[in-house]
Design a protein around this ligand. Structure first.
Ligand SMILES: C[S@@+](CC[C@H](N)C(=O)[O-])C[C@H]1O[C@@H](n2cnc3c(N)ncnc32)[C@H](O)[C@@H]1O
Length: 281
C-alpha cells in the first residue's frame, strides 16, 4: 500500500541523515514485501492465528502488513521495530485502523525483547530475519507460550547455490550492510532450519515457497502506473538534489538487481514461510 501524497511531500531535508528503512517509510512505502499482504495471510492460516491469539510481529517497519494481520484475524497484535521513525508511522496508521484496539506498536529490538516469557501464541517475522544472528531465535522461543508457533516469511538461499553466484550475492550483502549501517545476510534455507532447531523449536519446516510477484503484482503494490511514474519523478528529483540520497538509491538499485532481478543470482534466492513450534514441555 502506498501513500503517494506522503511520498510527494518528502523533501531532501526530511530524508538526509536518516536510515534507509526510515527513508523508505517516510516516502510512504508501508510494506517492504513486494508480495503485499499475501505472506501475512499465509502466516495467519499456517500458524492458526485467530481472534483468541496474541501475536508478536518482530521488525514490523511502518506496520502495513501487521495492521492487516490484526484486521483479518481479530488477534491482539504487538508490532515492534528498532526504528523510531517507522514505529511513529505505524502508530499513526494503526490509530486509523478498524483493528486499532487490537494493535500495539512500540520501539523494540529483536535481540533484547522486553516481554515476559510465555506471552505469545505466535511470533512472526517478515522480511527482517536477514538481520538476525542464530541466538536471537532463543529469545523468540522464550517469548512464546508452550505450544506456540514461530512463522517467518523470509528470503532464503538455495543450499545448491553455485560458488560464483554465491560470491556475487555475498558481495552485494556487504554493499547493503554498508547502506543500512548493520549486517545484512540471507541465510541458506538449511541454516534457518538448523538455527530454529538448535534454539529448541520442534516441527521446524519450510512450509511453503512463495512465488516471486508478477509484474502486475509489483505494479499493484505501488498503486498502479500513475503512481509508479510519480515515484520515479520524485526519486529522480531527490537524487539530483542530494549526493547522499543519490548514493543510497544507486546502492539499493544494485542490491535489488542481484537479489531479485538478475537470473544468474536471483534464481538461488526465494521467499518462503518457515515454521516451528515451542514444545509443550
Ligand atoms: C525490510 S524491513 C521489513 C519491514 C516489515 N516487516 C515489512 O515486511 O514491511 C526490515 C525491518 O526490520 C527492522 N529491524 C532491523 N533490525 C531489527 C532488530 N534488531 N529488531 C527489530 N527490528 C529490526 C528495520 O528497522 C526494518 O523496519
Amino acid at each position: 500500500m502506498l501513500d503517494i501524497d506522503k511520498f510527494l511531500a518528502a523533501s531532501v531535508k526530511d530524508l538526509e541523515g536518516i536510515s534507509w528503512y526510515e527513508i523508505v517509510s517516510k516516502l510512504g512505502l508501508l510494506s517492504f514485501n513486494a508480495q503485499g499482504n499475501k505472506p501475512m495471510e499465509l502466516i495467519s492460516t499456517i500458524a492458526h492465528i485467530t481472534e483468541k491469539s496474541t501475536v508478536l510481529v518482530v521488525g514490523c517497519g511502518a506496520g502495513g502488513t501487521t495492521m492487516h494481520l490484526a484486521e483479518v484475524t481479530g488477534a491482539e497484535v504487538h508490532g515492534i521495530d528498532i526504528s523510531p521513525e517507522s514505529i511513529a508511522i505505524a502508530k499513526e496508521l494503526g490509530s486509523k485502523s478498524s483493528a486499532r484496539d487490537k494493535l500495539h506498536f512500540q520501539i523494540g529490538d529483536a535481540r533484547d525483547l522486553s516481554f515476559p516469557p510465555n506471552t505469545f501464541d505466535a511470533v512472526v517475522t517478515e522480511y527482517m530475519a536477514f538481520f538476525l544472528q542464530p541466538d536471537t531465535f532463543c529469545n523468540f522461543l522464550l517469548a512464546l507460550k508452550p505450544g506456540g508457533s514461530i512463522a517467518m516469511a523470509e528470503l532464503m538461499k538455495d543450499p545448491n547455490v553455485d560458488a560464483k553466484a554465491n560470491a556475487r550475492i555475498l558481495a552485494t550483502e556487504e554493499t547493503y550492510s554498508e547502506l543500512l549501517g548493520y549486517k545484512f545476510h540471507i541465510p541458506l534455507s538449511s541454516e534457518y532450519v538448523d538455527w530454529l532447531t538448535r534454539a529448541g523449536f520442534k516441527q521446524v519446516n519450510i512450509e511453503t515457497k512463495i512465488s516471486p510477484p508478477s509484474f502486475r503484482e509489483r505494479l499493484d503494490s505501488v498503486g498502479g502506473w500513475k503512481n509508479l511514474f510519480k515515484i520515479i519523478k520524485v526519486t529522480l528529483k531527490l537524487m539530483r538534489a542530494s549526493k547522499d540520497l543519490r548514493k543510497k538509491f544507486m546502492q539499493m538499485g544494485r542490491v535489488k538487481r542481484v537479489i531479485s532481478q538478475q537470473r544468474s543470482t536471483a534464481k538461488y534466492i526465494f521467499q518462503a514461510i518457515l515454521v516451528g513450534q515451542r514444545p509443550l514441555s
